[in-house]
Write a protein that binds this ligand. Structure first.
Ligand code: G1P
Length: 305
């Protein structure tokens, strides 16, 4: 059960971090934020905001940085465009254009210095206040058919404290992620107790092949811990380091993990981004049939040659 120190108020707020530079996608991301790159015909960031809303969190704070104005414009009205579509009678597109402006109660704050994920989360402290809250990393997409965040909220409601999404990865890739050491068997919600965490360990030293993926439900006590967290890996203030202290000491409640076995797409990586676009396009009711027919022909006739 939740301890006295732990906040068990229902979660209503989501924090989405989008302050990264997007260097892997240059030059496309020179003037456009990487989160605005389209996955078929919707920017990646819209999927993430929709995921928060689908889990019941419609107060969404985006922690942005310089060069991210396009994100704010995307989630705002565009009167000129709406008037033009209305005049043409293109009501279908009009609906889609309006959708992103009313999707959630969106707020913005800027992370002035790029001092790491922990620092980005700390920028949300004033907005979040004393409630537990969710954190979604803008690069990680979770398929809407696999409701990970909802499960994590259920785990937080049951146990209090904080909850981290985990996924098994090939052992030789664990150095790209935060890594968790767990104890005991999963309960009926799939929750396991986390006893240790380490940010991007060398493969040989990793305590497991369980990687942190970009979804968290955090006790607000994390802010106090982050304020006292020294820069870690890469000289940045790491969220993983703050959570490690909470997991080891038990302050601010337990830290649980939910091991995700569904579909996750890493849109921050070019190859993974391409796979995501192909997969989601092929599965779309409108584009999928034509695209899949072409794709099969391309693979067998042109690539197979
Ligand atoms: C961040 C976190 C890391 C986590 C990863 C998931 O790293 O620091 O613990 O495993 O996101 O995508 P980044 O990929 O931003 O370097």
């Amino acid at each position: 059960m939740a301890t006295d120190q732990t906040s068990v108020r229902p979660v209503t707020k989501a924090v989405v971090t989008v302050a990264g530079l997007g260097t892997r996608f240059l030059p496309a991301t020179k003037a456009t934020p990487k989160e605005m790159l389209p996955i078929v015909d919707k920017p990646a960031i819209q999927y993430v905001v929709e995921e928060a809303v689908a889990a019941g969190l419609d107060d969404v704070l985006l922690v942005t940085g310089r060069n991210k104005n396009a994100i704010e414009n995307h989630f705002d009205r565009n009167w000129e465009l709406e008037a033009a579509l209305e005049a043409k009678g293109d009501l279908e597109r009009l609906k889609r254009v309006r959708e992103s402006a009313v999707i959630a109660d969106l707020h913005y704050t800027r992370q002035g210095d790029p001092r790491g994920l922990g620092h980005a989360v700390l920028c949300a402290a004033r907005h979040v206040g004393q409630e537990p809250f969710a954190v979604l990393l803008g690069d990680d997409l979770i398929d809407e058919r696999d409701p990970l965040l909802t499960t994590m909220l259920d785990v937080q409601a049951r146990h209090g404290g904080s909850v981290v999404a985990l996924m098994q990865v090939p052992r030789d890739q664990i150095n790209l992620y935060g890594c968790a050491a767990i104890e005991g068997e999963p309960d009926d919600l799939g929750a396991v107790t986390i006893v240790d965490l380490v940010e991007k360990p060398p493969v040989a030293d990793a305590p497991s092949n369980l990687a942190i993926i970009g979804r968290y439900v955090l006790d607000p006590g994390v802010f106090d811990v982050l304020r006292e967290t020294d820069p870690g890996r890469g000289g940045e203030i790491q969220l993983t380091d703050a959570l490690r202290r909470m997991a080891v000491s038990g302050e601010h409640g337990p830290v649980h993990g939910v091991v995700f076995t569904g579909r996750r797409y890493d849109t921050g990586d070019r190859l993974e981004y391409l796979k995501t676009v192909v997969r989601l396009a092929a599965e779309r009711a409108d584009l999928g049939p034509d695209f899949s027919t072409w794709l099969k022909g391309y693979v067998t006739e042109e690539l197979g040659r």
